[in-house]
Design a protein around this ligand. Structure first.
Ligand code: J2J
Length: 501
C-alpha cells in the first residue's frame, strides 16, 4: 500500500517530497502573494489572503461540528471558489475530501458515503441531500464558520484526499493521495508549464477532476502564485469572454471541447490573444485536430496524458511541433519508471504500460483483492493503457486493455453499467463496450441478451436514470443479440463485440 522506505528516502533526498502539507503551502502563499488574486469566478474575486483566512474559518467551523483528522467528507461542488475553500479547510483539519463529480447522482454519492463511512457530504444545493441519506450534509452557501483556532494539522506523508478512479470494475475505486506526493506532482507540473505569478489558469473542466486540479490545474497555479479563473461551464460562450476579461494565459480541455473551441474561435468577436498554451488531455487527441490548435487559436498546444492514480505525461513547451502533434508527452519526473510489456510479458517499446514513481499510488484504498492484480509485486501500477514509446521517450497512446469506455474524457467502467442493466427484469445478460465516435472519440454501446420481450431503448434509458447513475454513463446505443462472442477461456469477448460495430 505504501512506498518502500528506500523509495521514500530517495524521493526526499532528490527534493521531490519536501515535507510540506497543503495547509502549510497555503499559509506560505498567503504571506508571499497576499492581496494578489488567487481565485476568480464570474462574480467573485478572492485573494491568497482571502482563501487562507476563509479556509481557516471553515476548518474551525467544521471542527466545532465534530469533523476530525482522518474523517472522510464527500465533496461535490461546481467550479466556485468555495470548492477550494472546502478543500483547504479539510486539508488543514487532516480530514479527507472524497472528490465526487458534479454529474454524479444518488447511486454514486450514496456509495461513496457508505463505502468511506463519510462524516459529512458537501453539496451544491438542498436537492442533493437526498443522495446521501444518513450522512450529515452541508449545502454551499451555508457552510459553517467560526473564529480560527490552532488545530493540529496532518503530516506530509499522510493521505490528503481520496480521488476517484476512472474505473474498470463494478464499483469505483478510490485513490489515496498524500500531501508529499501530490504537492510534488502539481509543483513540477507548474514548472513544466512555466507558470509565473502573472500567469492566469482557466479551469473550465470540473474542478474535482484530477486534470484541472493538478496538471498543473488550480493547485499548480496557486503554488506558482498565479490566479485561476473558475468557469461555470466549458462552452466558448462562457469561456471566451472570461479569457478576454481576465487575460487567461493557459487553459485545459478534453478533445471534444477542444474541437468546439476551434470551431468557435473562427468567428468569435472575443480577444483570445492572451492565451499562450492550450492543454488537451483525458482522451486521445487526434493529430489532425492537434495541428489546428497553433494556427487557429494562436497558442501553443500541450498534450497531457495523465491518470488520477499518478503518472502524468506532457509534451514540453519547447518540443518539436511534430512531437507535440503526434505524441501524448513524456513523464513529469526523471524518477517516473516506465515499463512497457508486450502480450508475452517481455519488455518492449510497445504494449501494456506499467509505472511506479514518486507520485503514483501503490494501492487503491480498502481494495486489497483488486490491488493484487492492479499492481505488480514490485510496486508497479498496471495502467491498462496500451502505448508505444518513441526514441525521444515520448508516449503515444495506442489503445486500452481495461474494461473502460473513454467518452470524450469521461470514464465509464463497463462492469458498473452492466450491473445496473442486469437489475432490469428483461435483461438476461449485458456487455457494455466502446464504439468509435467522430466527435467524442468513443461512445458506450450496451449489448443485451433479453428474456421475453425486448424492452424499448427509451425504457432502458429511463430505467438507468431512475437507478440514479450519472447521465454520461447511460449507454448511447443498445444492440440486442442472442449470444455473446466468447474468448478461448469462455469469457465474453469484448474485443469481438467492439469489432462488430
Ligand atoms: C489518451 N488517453 C488518455 C490522453 C488520459 C491529466 C490528464 C488526464 C487525466 C485523466 C489526469 C489521455 N490520450 N492524452 O488525471 O492529471 C486516459 C488513459 C488513462 C485514463 C486516466 C491528469 N489522458 N487518458 O484523464 O484518471 O486511459 O485521468 O489511463 O480520468 O485516461 O483517466 P483519469
Amino acid at each position: 500500500m505504501h512506498w518502500s522506505e528506500q523509495e521514500a528516502a530517495r524521493y526526499r533526498a532528490k527534493g521531490y517530497w519536501r515535507g510540506e502539507t497543503f495547509g502549510g503551502m497555503l499559509r506560505e502563499l498567503a504571506r508571499t502573494y497576499a492581496a494578489r488574486p488567487a481565485l476568480i469566478s464570474p462574480d467573485a474575486r478572492w485573494t491568497f489572503e482571502d482563501l487562507d483566512e476563509r479556509a481557516d474559518r471553515l476548518a474551525a467551523g467544521l471542527h466545532a461540528d465534530g469533523v476530525r483528522a482522518g474523517d472522510r467528507v464527500v465533496v461535490q461542488l461546481p467550479n466556485v471558489p468555495e470548492f477550494h475553500q472546502v478543500c483547504f479547510a479539510l486539508f488543514r483539519l487532516g480530514a479527507w475530501p472524497v472528490f465526487a463529480l458534479p454529474a454524479h447522482r444518488s447511486a454514486e454519492i450514496s456509495y461513496f458515503c457508505e463505502f468511506t463511512e463519510a462524516a459529512a457530504y458537501v453539496c451544491p444545493d438542498d436537492a442533493h441531500r437526498s443522495y446521501a441519506p444518513g450522512t450529515p450534509a452541508y449545502v454551499l452557501g451555508d457552510l459553517p464558520d467560526a473564529e480560527p483556532t490552532d488545530l493540529p494539522g496532518p503530516g506530509p506523508g499522510d493521505v490528503a484526499f481520496l480521488q476517484l478512479s476512472g474505473g474498470s470494475t463494478g464499483l469505483p475505486k478510490l485513490i489515496p493521495r498524500t500531501h508529499d506526493d501530490y504537492l510534488y506532482s502539481f509543483r513540477a507540473s507548474a514548472g513544466i508549464c512555466a507558470l509565473r505569478p502573472d500567469s492566469v489558469y482557466l479551469c473550465a473542466l470540473p474542478a474535482a477532476h484530477n486534470f484541472p486540479m493538478s496538471s498543473p490545474g488550480v493547485f499548480g497555479a496557486l503554488s506558482a502564485g498565479a490566479a485561476s479563473v473558475l468557469a461555470p461551464d466549458p462552452s466558448p460562450g462562457t469561456c471566451f469572454p472570461l479569457i478576454e476579461r481576465e487575460r487567461v494565459t493557459i487553459a485545459a480541455l478534453v478533445p471534444p471541447l477542444a474541437l468546439v473551441w476551434l470551431d468557435a474561435a473562427a468567428n468569435t468577436r472575443h480577444d483570445l490573444s492572451s492565451l499562450e498554451v492550450l492543454q488537451v488531455g483525458g482522451a486521445k487527441f487526434g493529430s489532425e485536430a492537434a495541428k489546428r490548435v497553433g494556427p487557429e487559436l494562436g497558442c501553443r498546444l500541450q498534450q497531457v496524458f495523465g491518470m488520477a492514480e499518478g503518472l502524468v505525461n506532457y509534451t514540453r513547451l519547447d518540443d518539436d511541433e511534430e512531437l507535440v502533434v503526434t505524441t501524448q508527452g513524456r513523464p513529469i519526473s526523471p524518477d517516473d519508471e516506465i515499463r512497457i510489456l508486450g502480450d508475452d510479458g517481455r519488455e518492449s517499446d510497445e504494449g501494456h504500460l506499467l509505472t511506479r514513481g514518486p507520485y503514483t499510488i501503490k494501492g487503491y484504498w480498502r481494495a486489497d483483492e483488486h490491488n493484487r492484480t492492479a499492481f505488480t509485486e514490485d510496486g508497479f501500477y498496471r495502467t491498462g493503457d496500451l502505448v508505444r514509446r518513441t526514441p525521444t521517450g515520448h508516449l503515444v497512446v495506442e489503445g486500452r486493455a481495461k474494461d473502460q469506455i473513454n467518452r470524450g474524457g469521461e470514464k465509464i467502467a463497463g462492469e458498473e453499467v452492466e450491473n445496473h442493466l442486469l437489475a432490469h427484469p428483461a435483461v438476461h445478460d449485458a456487455a457494455v463496450v466502446a464504439v468509435p465516435d467522430p466527435y467524442l472519440g468513443e461512445r458506450a454501446c450496451a449489448y443485451l441478451i433479453c428474456r421475453g420481450e425486448r424492452p424499448a431503448r427509451a425504457e432502458l434509458r429511463a430505467f438507468l436514470r431512475e437507478r440514479g447513475i450519472a447521465a454520461f454513463k447511460i449507454p448511447d446505443r443498445y444492440e440486442f443479440v442472442d449470444a455473446f462472442p466468447q474468448t478461448a477461456v469462455g469469457k465474453v469477448s469484448k474485443r469481438h463485440l467492439r469489432e462488430r460495430t
